[in-house]
Design a protein around this ligand. Structure first.
Ligand SMILES: *Cc1c(COP(=O)(O)O)cnc(C)c1O
Length: 412
């Protein structure tokens, strides 16, 4: 497309935008269980209106926009208040989980350089189930990634002893997930903490998808093991607001146990022709709307609102588990939050995925082992029975060898 010479009317352009979305995954009716966190139209309105109020303002300028600076600080305080942040803990908002992970690794690297005199190359030791954002950040910073197989006991948890064995004097970070994305399982962060503490290694909890879920699930009585700053060895946490925080996209938090650790994250520069510039995270310009929308959603929901939403998600996951087992599926490990992976022991799980895709379900897969995957939202309470019914049909189709062409599940 060339840039149109004469501009069009907004009405015309708006119609085009709406028409363009018609071919997209049908997430508003609950048929998508990846990418989207659907907490209903009321919260969507809060996101949209709060975003619009500050969409032109720039978080790069806290002196110009003390409103945004205060909102960001309050988002961090609210985050720390539910994640056992000790006095003196600190953090910042970022554009997403990848950004938060990158910045935690940057801080850990510079901390290791300052303290241990560790110059590149360094390494990180992470479970096989950890998110690829760690590899991306490591690639950017020339850091070696040591992915360690999970325990072989069917728990799909990280293996703390094996991870400890993989550490050496150049290890600048160990990682556990709460939960991991592929299986939805919370790693044994306390045991990882013991290994990390005995070796004086920075432990990062990747709570990108669970940071704003697990604390509320625990308040609701779910036996969530300690995963946050409650574990003394945890030095940093990534927790995404644009996932189960139900904020508009472009909002995550990266949190540090102390200001001393945090101080290795910001970047200040005076060596150029312009005004001195200091930025806490990777971004220069920081969209004000992402900050105001996250702040507003947290204020509107409060502890009670989050508890209610996450309870509904847990209940839906439990209903899914019962239905899946009835259909002969095996749930991987013991998921406690909103993510679940499951496989049929006799059939080609990716063929079943293809049949579900043809029925309009857009979900993810897990490859180790080949499984289907759901990331549930409050909206799914309304459609989980339909999903299970379609899964029953799809399983029968594949069992009868009548499946259609293969559908490749990928992220992009
Ligand atoms: C989503 C996710 C990430 C990455 O977050 P983005 O916002 O997609 O960059 C990292 N870790 C886990 C466990 C996640 O679920």
């Amino acid at each position: 497309m060339d840039l149109p010479k004469a501009g069009k009317t907004w009405d015309e352009v708006r119609d085009t935008l709406i028409a363009r979305g018609e071919g997209d995954a049908k997430w508003r009716d609950g048929k998508t269980a990846v990418y989207i966190f659907n907490a209903g139209p009321e919260l969507a309105e809060v996101q949209r209106d709060a975003y619009a109020l500050y969409m032109s303002e720039n978080g790069l300028g806290p002196l110009a926009f003390p409103s945004l600076a205060q909102m960001e600080q309050e988002v961090i305080q609210m985050a720390l208040s539910i994640l056992h942040g000790p006095a003196g803990a600190a953090g910042a908002m970022t554009s997403g989980g990848t950004d938060s992970i990158t910045m935690a690794m940057k801080a850990a690297r510079d901390f290791a350089r300052a303290g241990k005199g560790l110059s590149a190359p360094a390494n990180i030791v992470i479970p096989q189930s950890a998110h690829p954002a760690f590899d991306k950040a490591a690639h950017l910073m020339d850091i070696e990634v040591r992915r360690i197989p999970l325990r072989r006991d069917g728990s799909y948890e990280a293996d703390p002893a094996a991870m400890g064995d993989a550490c050496d004097a150049r290890t600048m970070m160990m990682v556990g997930s709460a939960p991991n994305f592929p299986h939805g399982i919370i790693d044994p962060i306390e045991a990882l903490g013991e290994v990390a503490a005995s070796r004086d290694i920075w432990l990062h909890t990747d709570a990108c998808v669970g940071g704003y879920f697990a604390p509320f699930a625990r308040m609701n009585g779910v036996p969530v093991p300690p995963f946050d700053f409650e574990v003394p060895a945890v030095r940093s946490i990534s927790a995404d607001l644009h996932k189960y925080g139900y904020a508009a996209k472009g909002a995550s938090t990266v949190l540090f146990r102390s200001k001393e650790l945090y101080q290795h994250m910001p970047f200040a520069n005076r060596e150029w022709s312009g005004a001195p510039m200091s930025t806490p995270t990777l971004a220069g310009t920081r969209p004000g709307g992402a900050i105001s929308a996250a702040w507003a959603v947290m204020q509107v929901l409060g502890v009670d609102g989050y508890r209610e939403k996450q309870d509904l998600v847990c209940e839906t996951r439990e209903r899914a588990e019962v239905g899946l087992r009835k259909l002969g599926y095996e749930v991987l490990g013991n998921p406690l939050l909103g993510l679940i992976a499951f496989r049929h022991p006799q059939h080609d799980n990716f063929a079943i995925y293809g049949e579900m895709f043809r029925k309009g379900w857009f979900t993810s897969i897990t490859t180790e082992p080949p499984s289907l995957h759901l990331m549930l939202s409050p909206k799914h309470a309304e459609v989980i029975d339909d999903y299970l019914e379609d899964l029953r049909c799809s399983t029968d189709t594949v069992a009868a060898g009548q499946q259609g062409a293969k559908v490749e599940a990928r992220y992009n």
